[in-house]
Design a protein around this ligand. Structure first.
Ligand code: RIB
Length: 308
């Protein structure tokens, strides 16, 4: 039986423009299409975790508006419980402006209600009862640190990047970052897979029990403390045609968290998450693009074995 996952984080309405090429500074481009999607790293990770079979509760903040209602519906349809979702009067639900071109994206987030936060005792109880607590950095860092202090196992997706103090780092098992976030947090170069492995190792030496670096089509790197040393392994990803990478990192974190709550060890969870993310990039959008458990289990056959 799967354990309880509590995701504490953001919900956004994504306003998505599809373009032929991402605009540069000062450039105006015409969209070939546009749409609104449910989004926000927290909501995405909760839905991704539930779709692969996780028992998921969500803690977050929204405005009292139609965007919040659509987000609630999308999470409910995936089986995410939203008893910890509170409406903040007089503030708009978070909104993200997403530009997508040839499988790549750029995102600007207007946080709205995601940054208006008073924590309650009932939420503390929920966080303490979870097998795995999952957070990201689209809500105040102080709230993330509070949740980490209550968690039995804490997974932090440090996106967007922020400086993390050593107390918080020590609680992350794992810290999940992409190569840009890893560079910002570690101060090290992360241009090659080997550099990413070294930078992840340095964060383990600073205190993180484990660090996962997601590298898109290049797969991911896992660094974890084992006794007095740090083991680094590389997990390649199946080669697929990406149509939209928006929220693929969230598919990864959600699937990883469900695997951990099911009792998988980190290398197994990384392989499962790799399969989930490779499926999510093959369809546009976020919640609708996330795979089911059966789809991930089938795709696992195409995930290469990890190596040192
Ligand atoms: O990770 C993708 C998400 O980042 C989008 O859904 C957007 O809302 C931003 O939070």
């Amino acid at each position: 039986m799967t354990g309880l996952i509590v995701v504490i984080g953001s919900m956004n309405q994504d306003v998505v423009c599809e373009v032929a090429k991402l605009p540069g500074p000062g450039e105006t481009v015409l969209a070939v299409g546009s749409r609104t999607n449910p989004g926000g790293k927290g909501a995405n990770q909760a839905v991704a975790a539930a779709k692969v079979g996780g028992c998921v509760e969500f803690v977050g903040r929204v405005g009292r508006d139609s965007a919040a209602a659509a987000l609630r519906d999308s999470m409910g349809a995936a089986g995410v419980k939203t008893t910890g979702l509170r409406e903040v009067p007089g503030v708009r639900t978070g909104r993200a402006y997403v530009t997508v071109a040839a499988g790549e994206n750029q995102i600007v987030v207007d946080p709205g209600a995601n940054f208006v936060w008073e924590s309650g005792a009932d939420e503390a109880e929920l966080l303490e009862s979870a097998d795995v607590v999952v957070a990201q950095l689209e809500i105040p860092l102080a709230v993330v640190a509070w949740a980490a202090g209550l968690a039995r196992r804490f997974v932090l997706n440090a996106a967007p990047a922020a400086q993390l103090d050593d107390d918080l780092l020590r609680r992350c098992d794992p810290l999940v970052v992409n190569e840009y976030e890893l560079a910002a947090i570690s101060g090290a170069a992360t241009e090659t897979t080997e550099q990413a492995g070294q930078a992840a190792r340095s964060l383990c030496l600073r205190g993180a029990p484990s660090v996962v670096v997601t590298l898109g089509a290049a797969g991911s790197v896992l660094a974890r403390k084992i006794s007095d040393s740090v083991e680094v392994t590389y997990q390649a990803a199946p080669q697929v045609d990406s149509v939209d990478s928006t929220g693929a990192g969230d598919a990864y974190v959600g699937a990883l968290s469900t695997a951990l709550a099911d009792g998988a060890d980190l290398p197994e969870a990384v392989a499962f998450a790799t399969a989930a993310a490779s499926l999510s990039v093959q369809s546009p959008g976020t919640h609708a693009a996330y795979p089911t458990r059966g789809q991930v289990v089938s795709a696992l056959a195409a995930v290469p074995p990890a190596h040192n």
